[in-house]
Design a protein around this ligand. Structure first.
Ligand SMILES: Nc1nc2c(c(=O)[nH]1)N[C@H]1C(S)=C(S)[C@@H](COP(=O)(O)OP(=O)(O)OC[C@H]3O[C@@H](n4cnc5c(=O)[nH]c(N)nc54)[C@H](O)[C@@H]3O)O[C@H]1N2
Ligand SMILES: Nc1nc2c(c(=O)[nH]1)N[C@H]1C(S)=C(S)[C@@H](COP(=O)(O)OP(=O)(O)OC[C@H]3O[C@@H](n4cnc5c(=O)[nH]c(N)nc54)[C@H](O)[C@@H]3O)O[C@H]1N2
Ligand code: SF4
Ligand SMILES: [Mo]
Length: 715
């Protein structure tokens, strides 16, 4: 008999509500839940393939251990945990806690509990080596917010904006940034119907750029120059919100002076955006009543990400794009703890330069995490404090970390390499132990990650849809089991986890949400998710006597602006004179995949045959003697990879657009047509890195292209 129950999808972080058909404890079909008040039944192609992911014949259903001959043998999770705990204890005993690291990847975020528990586990074993994918994603966002300060009343949201500026993101595919990722197509359509003007800054004619009122096709990597130009126009034409700035910002004059030399001829030459369009963008953004500027990975992975992000914050501040005293706070949070909303700045408090120093490149802790861009160096570089044990939690270093060749070397040098993964990822194949986790529909969950992203106070709790039948465990159970065996503590928001007897997942959810604004039991009662209208919250007045201000141009930022202005304008795709490259390779997301997830699901690979196409302009094909569908070599200063050329007018001449986390180790390159190519092999993590976060140049990478020398695979 088929039973239908309500849950939410966790293939990606958008958490779309779904109806799940279950037969004999097996997920057989999922559909969008049309009755949901926030998402209105939206799902995407990935979500609709959740049953294939859960029932995949190649899914790792029991933990595995690498044998001396390199093969993997099944091992019970209890036995694996005994062995891992013993080896970790020995490593800590001999080399200190710093030598034990976890890397929490994408799927640590698509799960309410994992991050809280893994972080608290680190505190328990006193290891600062806590890493997440955030530091190879958009760490500049937190850096900029900490240096600029934040507005305690919150921002003007997309749903009431008259103008939105999206810089290097494509939220209708990525479900991230700019347009709230809860049925973003409909949200964008509705907003444009009521008159929203959309400005998109992207080298590529992305899905969202095609809907824009104004598309600025910036040259990859030149956002700082373009944004400086837009800000200059705002100052020159008196478009900034002088009253707001006078009361709430500092260093406004310093910002005006710092961008003054970015005259529009220079901006046009360097960024490729015609001066008239730079002016139009400034007027369109500043001229609207309400608005919001936001950015995504594209702008964050290119050079000077902290500067770009600071400019984004400053754009919002210059136009006063914040909720003012007396305005209703549309979403004061449901699961998050109560917090004050006030018409004042939360002053700058730089989130770096304190905590654990890194052993390489003068880096160190940022917002309480260690920088992932330097983790391979932390593993390879000899000396005290070297990272010797790594647990990858729902992450895939060999696909996702910058500088793949170095990452592969690091994986080999680890004394203990554990991967918690549902499939044989590039990384799992190199692990000593692979722990088989439960999949999303096999465990209770809660919309913790998205709590503050909703435009209304919405939350969704789901029970497990099916009972896992194999020896699979949840990620938090992995850490609980280690702590239990190693005699350490895991302290959560609501107190310590009981260590004698393992709690249930619901017990742990209660512990991590102990301070939630709405009690979790109320959220549990609302099957399928609900809006929790409580008492209306309004933005309170500024506290008496405060002069907290947002800093639009701190001194170190002014220096970085001058540095950018002093950089040479280079012909071709290199950044420095003499760097002979023809193209800049930019990152992108694909609708059918979530980084490296989905590559093994036939219904998702049908169109491209399992590769991550190297999208390029046909004009470049003609010029470089490349045919559509042909295998090409893509060469950077670091390495050469293979890619399958795919012609499209959406990508301008001089640019290659390609998704990351594809391909595998170099030995398998010839399979490019069915496994794709690794763009992270092109990245050198010691070249052009950000001095605060270590973030490498993962987009806008200078490359050369040519037809592959040897014929590769069948076309
Ligand atoms: N060049 C370049 N590099 C980049 C980027 C880029 O744009 N360009 N983007 C960066 C960004 S934004 C990010 S977030 C990182 C992503 O970095 P990662 O998170 O390290 O990479 P993914 O490929 O998403 O790895 C997720 C892994 O989780 C596994 N998995 C799937 N479902 C589950 C589950 O339910 N439980 C568990 N335990 N595992 C599961 C998958 O099989 C996969 O191996 O990459 C970064 N690297
Ligand atoms: N379907 C799907 N959804 C995803 C993911 C996925 O793999 N697939 N990954 C998830 C992850 S980990 C993240 S972090 C988010 C990211 O979400 P987004 O940041 O929205 O990521 P993208 O969709 O790649 O959009 C980035 C855009 O930046 C453009 N770009 C590249 N270089 C530059 C540049 O130098 N300047 C400017 N201005 N633009 C540039 C690209 O052409 C692209 O359109 O998406 C998440 N959602
Ligand atoms: S956007 Fe797609 S993958 Fe993401 S939660 Fe919704 S249905 Fe799932
Ligand atoms: Mo990401």
């Amino acid at each position: 008999m088929v039973e239908t129950k309500k849950s939410f999808c966790r293939f990606c972080h958008a958490f779309c509500p779904i109806e799940v058909d279950v037969e004999d404890n097996k997920v057989i079909e999922v559909r969008g839940d049309a009755s949901n008040p926030v998402y209105g039944g939206y799902t995407c192609i990935k979500g609709r393939h959740l049953p294939d992911q859960h029932n995949h014949p190649d899914r790792i259903r029991t933990s595995m251990k690498r044998m001396p001959d390199g093969s993997f043998q099944p091992i019970s999770s209890e036995q694996a945990l005994d062995e891992i705990a013993e080896r970790m204890s020995a490593i800590i005993e001999e080399h200190g806690p710093r030598s034990v690291a976890t890397y929490n990847g994408t799927y640590a975020f698509c799960n309410a509990i994992t991050l809280s528990v893994s972080r608290a586990w680190h505190a328990g074993v006193k290891s600062p080596s806590y890493y997440t994918s955030v530091t190879i994603d958009q760490p500049a966002k937190a850096i900029a917010a900490s240096r600029h300060g934040t507005w305690m009343g919150g921002s003007q949201g997309f749903d009431t904006a008259d103008v939105a500026m999206l810089i290097g993101n494509n939220p209708v595919v990525s479900m991230f940034g700019g347009v709230p990722p809860f049925n973003p197509w409909k949200r964008l359509r509705d907003a444009q119907k009521r008159g929203l003007k959309l400005i998109v800054i992207d080298p590529r004619s992305s899905d969202v750029a095609k809907r824009a009122d104004l598309h600025l096709q910036v040259r990859p990597g030149e956002d700082p120059t373009l944004l400086a130009g837009i800000i200059k126009v705002m100052f020159d034409e008196g478009l900034v919100d002088g009253d707001f700035l006078a009361g709430n910002a500092t260093h406004v004059e310093e910002l005006r002076q710092a961008v003054d030399s970015f005259d529009l001829d220079y901006v046009e030459e360097r960024s490729g955006v015609p001066a008239a369009l730079v002016e139009r963008a400034a007027r369109m953004f500043a001229g609207a009543q309400r608005g919001v500027a936001s950015s995504g990975t594209g702008a964050n992975m290119a050079p000077h990400p902290n500067l770009t992000e600071h400019f984004v914050q400053s754009l919002n501040t210059l136009c006063g794009r914040f909720l003012r005293e007396g305005e209703v706070v549309p979403n004061p949070g449901v699961i998050s703890p109560e917090r004050p909303f006030m018409a004042q700045a939360n002053p700058p408090n730089p989130a770096w330069g304190k905590g654990e120093p890194s052993r390489v490149r003068g880096l160190g802790e940022v917002f309480g995490e260690m920088p992932t861009a330097a983790l391979s160096d932390e593993i390879i570089t000899p000396g005290e404090g070297r990272v010797r044990a790594l647990v990858s939690v729902g992450g895939n270093p060999v696909g996702a970390w910058p500088d793949q060749l170095k990452t592969i070397e690091a994986m080999k040098q680890l004394d203990l390499n554990v991967s918690i993964d549902i499939r044989w990822s590039q990384t799992a194949k190199m692990a000593d132990y692979v722990i088989a986790p439960k999949l999303s529909l096999e465990r209770p969950d809660l919309t913790v990650l998205t709590d503050s992203w909703y435009p209304v106070p919405y939350a969704h709790y789901t029970p497990a849809m099916v009972e896992a039948e194999d020896d699979v465990i949840e990620e938090w159970e992995f850490f609980w089991n280690l702590a239990h065996r190693m005699g350490t503590e895991i302290e959560l928001a609501g107190g310590p986890m009981p260590m004698d007897e393992k709690p249930s997942t619901d017990d742990v959810l209660d512990l991590i949400t102990a301070k939630s604004r709405i009690p979790l039991d109320r959220v549990r009662e609302a099957d399928g998710g609900a809006i929790f209208e409580g008492e209306e919250v309004r933005v309170a007045p500024k506290a008496a006597g405060t002069d907290a201000r947002l800093d639009v141009a701190p001194a170190d930022l002014v220096e970085e602006i001058a540095e950018v202005r002093a950089e040479p304008v280079v012909e071709g795709a290199g950044y420095l004179p003499g760097e002979e490259f023809s193209h800049r390779l930019i990152s992108r997301r694909m609708r059918e995949f979530y980084n490296s997830s989905g590559r093994d699901i036939a219904g998702l690979t049908a169109r491209d045959g399992g590769t991550n196409p190297a999208f390029m302009n046909p004009v470049d094909g003609a010029e470089w003697g490349i045919e559509d569908g042909e295998v090409i070599e893509i060469e950077s200063s670091r390495a050469t990879i293979l890619g399958v050329a795919a012609f499209t007018d959406d990508v301008p001449s001089g640019v290659i657009s390609m998704a990351h986390s594809w391909g595998d180790v170099p030995e398998t390159d010839q399979d490019v047509r069915s496994i794709g190519g690794s763009t992270n092999r092109l990245v050198n993590n010691e070249e052009a890195y950000d001095p605060i976060t270590g973030m490498a140049r993962q987009s806008a990478i200078p490359v050369n292209i040519r037809p592959a020398k040897e014929p590769v695979g069948a076309s």
